[in-house]
Design a protein around this ligand. Structure first.
Ligand SMILES: [Cu+2]
Length: 463
């Protein structure tokens, strides 16, 4: 396989900023007989060129420079990472979409302590699923993610069908002023609506990067929306393309990405058949709203490989337990606005407002205290979440620790997708089935971070 996004496909080992981490220690903690050397992910404050003019100060990354590295794992093989905190703000890492043991989930106070400046935390788990995932902090997230701490994860499968090249694209915005420096992270009136948008849009921290791919070849493009606010509508121009996976799971039926809407936290995997002519350009676009924006382009190089999109074999389904629909219990989940203000002080980065509620409760933060779980689930039992959006805005609702299957929607035809994040539209009611097969406390929240931090967060307890 040709890897052509060299800038971001750094070998994860290259991200190591600290030497001498004992793999055996981490292995003992996680109960593994043997684990690989840990990837070291050190939070660092850097300067980065994100737009024309002066570099932006106080950009946050994992590693020494540039965007957070693409972290590569293998399905079914132990993985270990050491988070080292090099910034003056407590942090953690959440492995978005990966069904990890609860203690590895990275939510402070719910499952682990803060990692303070100069301290470290060792994560170790075996990813059960292959696909595209991502990682980010779960502390003070509007600030930390907004300043750069969002990276893509690729979990490889030994039976992955062979493409001729791969592109990994981290999509996100930045809230920068004309001088290239960070401005206020949100505006309350926008937080009470669709969220506050960034002012500078990037792919892999670049404006419309271009990558080379073999002419006539098949590209596996993996895009993760790691922005804190923006919903995208994807289209590919200049080549035949098919959606092969969403949110880390193969789609039951492949389809063309014709203004496919995905929200923060979601991942898109495309197979793209490059044009035969050398120099031909393929563009990945966001066509949401009135303006079409090119996110990144691919340029055909060399003599045509003359491949066919239909050559690409199926992706293997992930081992997600089948929901027992007949015996499933229901969990009602209503998303609404709220007038009640409870978020005076949250231990994990309150924005100081309450605008949103789940089942009429505006949740004050990522803390279990004093709120009880939204629902207590019995280990091994099947459930159907009846989720209803009573607001005039879309919400990408993310569940930690377990995958669900989209069963039906009141407003559209849905494929039975397996996912961890569902972008619910205004006035939509959706049913999602899941087997409560991972014990622990699992957050359920909107991934528009301003919504999450102003009431739209709760958690499910599986015992
Ligand atoms: Cu939301």
């Amino acid at each position: 396989m040709t890897v052509f996004t060299r800038r971001t496909l750094l070998k994860t080992a290259a991200a190591a900023g600290v030497a001498g981490v004992g793999a055996s220690t981490i292995g003992r903690l996680a109960g593994f007989a043997a684990v690989p050397d840990p990837v070291v992910l050190k939070t660092t404050s850097i300067q980065a060129q994100l737009m024309d003019g002066a570099p932006t100060k106080n950009v946050l990354t994992y590693g020494e420079a540039g965007p957070p590295p693409v972290v590569r794992m293998r399905k079914g093989e132990p993985f270990a990472a050491r988070l080292v905190n090099g910034i003056d703000d407590p942090t953690t890492i959440h492995w978005h979409g990966i069904r990890v043991p609860n203690k590895m989930d990275g939510v402070p106070f719910l499952v682990q302590p803060y990692v303070y400046q100069g301290d470290h935390f060792d994560y170790a788990f075996t990813p059960p699923d292959a696909g595209t995932f991502w990682y980010h902090p779960h502390c003070n997230t509007l600030e930390q993610m907004g300043h750069g701490l969002t990276g893509v994860i690729v979990v490889e499968h030994p039976n992955d069908p062979q493409c001729d090249s791969e592109a990994v694209i981290n999509l996100r915005d930045w809230r920068l002023g004309d001088d290239g420096q960070f401005i206020e992270p949100f505006r309350p009136r926008d937080a009470a609506r669709a969220g506050t948008y960034g002012t500078v849009r990037t792919a892999n921290w670049l404006d419309q990067p271009q990558y080379d791919a073999p002419a006539g070849g098949l590209v596996r493009l993996r895009a993760a929306i790691t922005d804190v606010t923006r919903i995208y509508a994807f289209r590919v121009d200049g080549a035949e393309a098919a959606v092969i996976a969403l949110d880390g799971n193969p789609v039951p039926q492949r389809f063309a990405p014709d203004a496919l809407q995905l929200g923060p936290g979601q991942r898109l995997e495309l197979a793209i058949r490059m044009p035969d002519d050398e120099g031909a350009i393929v563009s990945l676009r966001d066509v949401r709203g009135t303006k079409s924006k090119v996110l990144a382009t691919l340029r055909a190089v060399g003599k045509s490989l003359k491949r066919d999109l239909r050559d690409l074999g199926p992706l293997e389904a992930n081992p997600v337990a089948e929901v027992d629909l007949a015996g499933a219990k229901r969990i009602p989940l209503a998303l609404s606005a709220t007038a009640e203000n409870v978020s005076a002080n949250s231990i994990c980065g309150s924005l100081g407002y309450s605008f949103w509620a789940i089942n009429k409760v505006p949740w004050p933060g990522d803390t279990p205290d004093p709120t009880a779980p939204l629902a207590e689930l019995k280990l091994g039992q099947s459930y159907i979440i009846d989720m209803e959006n009573l607001t005039p805005h879309s919400h990408p609702i993310h569940l930690h620790g377990m995958s669900f299957k989209v069963l039906s929607s009141s407003t559209r035809q849905v494929q039975p997708l397996i996912s961890d994040t569902y972008l619910i539209q205004p006035d939509e009611k959706v049913q999602m089935g899941l087997v409560a097969d991972n014990p622990g406390d699992w957050l359920l929240h909107c991934h528009i971070i301003e919504h999450q931090k102003t009431g739209m967060t709760s958690y499910l307890r599986v015992v």
